[in-house]
Write a protein that binds this ligand. Structure first.
Ligand code: F0G
Length: 433
């Protein structure tokens, strides 16, 4: 099997060695992707190999990413792999959320069950393996919180030095706390995500630090495993829709690439449609598709309480455009109120997620109301982060203190305020009826 880095730009397609430390095409500036040539095993053989590995206690086979390593064969030696048993996340049926979303049935693929609580772990295990293979000592990322938590954990576990850059005051404490605990050198910059990404790219080059944002093609390779595992759990039957939140659009790029590769290898027989949901105040991709124009216009001052997707200039938009188009998919945007209520409904299913993840259910509800998704459609929504990532948001919602970034109060349709009671059995019994 031969692997190389290839320019994603169809007019260029320049190729580079898989071990070159580049994040954009040196010829045209386009995005890069990992590309493989050589014989892949037949689909049936791959399916039974992956299934048989479920019996194994080998550390690679226990990983819900590396169990599928034939789909991203960029390493020639697996000793560089750092695994924390990422992936292996459940598909959960959620009847209450289905009803709320206007569907007969809805399943969640819950990436919050990952070791650091988000889907970033699927990609980070691959990114850190590549960093170690290249002999890099320091790794860096800018993050709205989850990438930094994940990078800090995997880098520290692998003996690398993690340096994270985060927008000052705009990430949840749960995520910041993880980065500190996992030992990352943490720089809070007084700028937004998009501005800091530009800064970090300059610093990475100047200081020889390996960049682990989703512009890194190896992160994208690892995130393909989310849809591969999803299809295996569904006995290789593709759903009608895969719904996911869109921020920097790396996950959309990864899902699309993974699905197209699975189709090409005969692992699935059709592509599900991708529905990318953005928050109203940070919706450049939705706007772009609505306008149907060629020029992508960033949102200069993105706003949303779903801080994970507070991104106005997503780097992976060209890849996301290709994937959404190839799958016959679409993009939708949802309001702060819609996200907040959808999130509480997911909570009442006993499942829970962080705010950005709830954009999926809010989007499904809007898309079924508009007739774009039909009630009987087979839909999988991806919950990207764990409920405990942002407890502050939850407490404010349930106690009627949540306000949108403009200051407008949000009304908790599913609020659940805790009651303060005296230490008196009679009064408590009366209260509980
Ligand atoms: N959901 C969560 C919980 C996220 O943390 C992110 C991105 C997304 C959705 C959007 O995914 O960027 O691939 O479109 N978080 C990044 C971070 C940007 O820094 O943690 P995307």
């Amino acid at each position: 099997m031969h692997s190389e880095l290839k320019c994603f730009n169809p007019a260029c397609r320049a190729a580079f060695p898989i071990t070159e430390v580049i994040y954009n095409c040196p010829a045209c500036g386009g995005l890069l992707e990992a590309s493989y040539s050589g014989p892949f095993a037949p689909a049936g053989e791959l399916k039974s190999l992956w299934k048989s590995r479920r019996q194994s206690n080998d550390r690679l086979d226990l990983s819900g990413v590396w169990r599928f390593r034939e789909m991203f064969p960029f390493l020639d030696d697996y000793s560089a792999v750092v695994t924390l048993r990422e992936g292996c996340t459940p598909l959960l049926d959620a009847p209450l959320a289905a009803r709320y979303g206007g569907l007969d049935r809805l399943t969640f693929k819950h990436q919050g069950f990952n070791p650091t609580g988000s889907f970033k772990d699927n990609g980070m295990t691959c990114g850190v393996a590549q960093a170690r293979r290249l002999g890099m000592k320091r790794v860096a990322c800018v993050s709205t919180g989850n990438t930094s938590a994940s990078m800090a954990a995997y880098a520290s576990a692998g003996g690398l030095d993690p340096i994270i850059f985060i927008p000052h005051g705009n990430i949840s404490y749960g995520k910041l706390a993880q980065a500190l605990e996992y030992g990352a050198r943490t720089l809070q910059v007084e700028a937004n995500f998009d501005q800091i990404l530009a800064l970090v790219r300059v610093l990475a080059e100047r200081l020889g630090i390996y960049l682990l944002n989703s512009i890194n093609p190896f992160r994208i390779e690892g995130q393909k495993s989310i849809v591969i595992e999803m299809m295996e759990q569904r006995e290789w039957k593709a759903p009608d829709w895969v719904v996911l939140p869109g921020g920097n659009l790396g996950n959309t790029a990864a899902f699309g690439k993974g699905l197209r590769e699975m189709l090409r290898l005969g692992l699935i027989d059709r592509l599900p449609r991708l529905a990318v949901i953005q928050a109203e105040g940070s919706a450049p991709f939705y706007d772009f598709l609505q306008r149907g124009a060629n020029d992508f216009r960033p949102v200069p001052r993105p706003e949303t309480l779903a801080t994970a997707i507070r991104i106005g200039d997503p780097v992976s938009w060209p890849k996301a455009l290709l994937e959404v188009t190839a799958s016959g998919g679409l993009s939708e945007r949802v309001t702060e109120q819609e996200i907040a209520d959808a999130k509480a409904v997911i909570g009442r299913c006993g499942i829970g997620c962080e705010p950005a993840s709830a954009a999926t259910l809010a989007g499904v509800r809007k898309l079924t109301a508009a007739g774009a998704i039909r009630p009987g459609d087979d839909v999988v929504a991806v919950l990207t982060g764990n409920v405990l990532k942002d407890p502050d948001y939850i407490f404010k919602y349930h106690t009627d203190q949540l306000a949108s970034p403009t200051g407008a109060p949000l009304h908790p349709a599913f609020g659940n305020r805790p009651a303060v009671v005296p230490n008196d059995p009679d009064q408590i019994a009366r209260l509980l009826g």
